[in-house]
Design a protein around this ligand. Sequence first.
Ligand code: TR5
Length: 143
Amino acid sequence: HHRVAILSSHISPVMASEKEAALAATPFDSPTIFDKIISKEIPSTVVYEDDKVLAFRDITPQGPIHILLIPKVRDGLTGLSKAEERHIDILGRLLYTAKLVAKQEGLDEGFRIVINDGPQGCQSVYHIHVHLIGGRQMNWPPG
Ligand code: TR5
């Protein structure tokens, strides 16, 4: 924000808001590793796929079962905090698919769904993803 304030003093209000938008969009609305997983450029263990959603095993599993569910098209949805009304369908689809995959993985005793958001939420990949974790007893509160 500090940089924006300095730049704003040298450019028109219209340019200032464009600059703010550009700064706000970087680096978090840039391609991520998940784009290469979607394109199959980088291999992953896919457990479910349709035209909108891809689900694959997390490379650093936090339980016997740890699957990530992502939208194939990010459409600005870098994280849940960036959700707009146009994302309601895909958000519902991600959760519903998580339920289908939980069933497919035999998680009949329960499971944990997590969406990390932002620095305090420990988000590391800025392409929204639902964690499906199971196969062991979960604890509460989470770390
Ligand atoms: O920390 P957040 O919530 O953003 O979750 C990102 C998740 O992506 C972590 O659980 C990572 O272990 C997972 N991850 C990161 C990479 C990766 C992956 N899962 C599968 N395959 C992956 N590849 C090939 N590369 C990664 N950098």
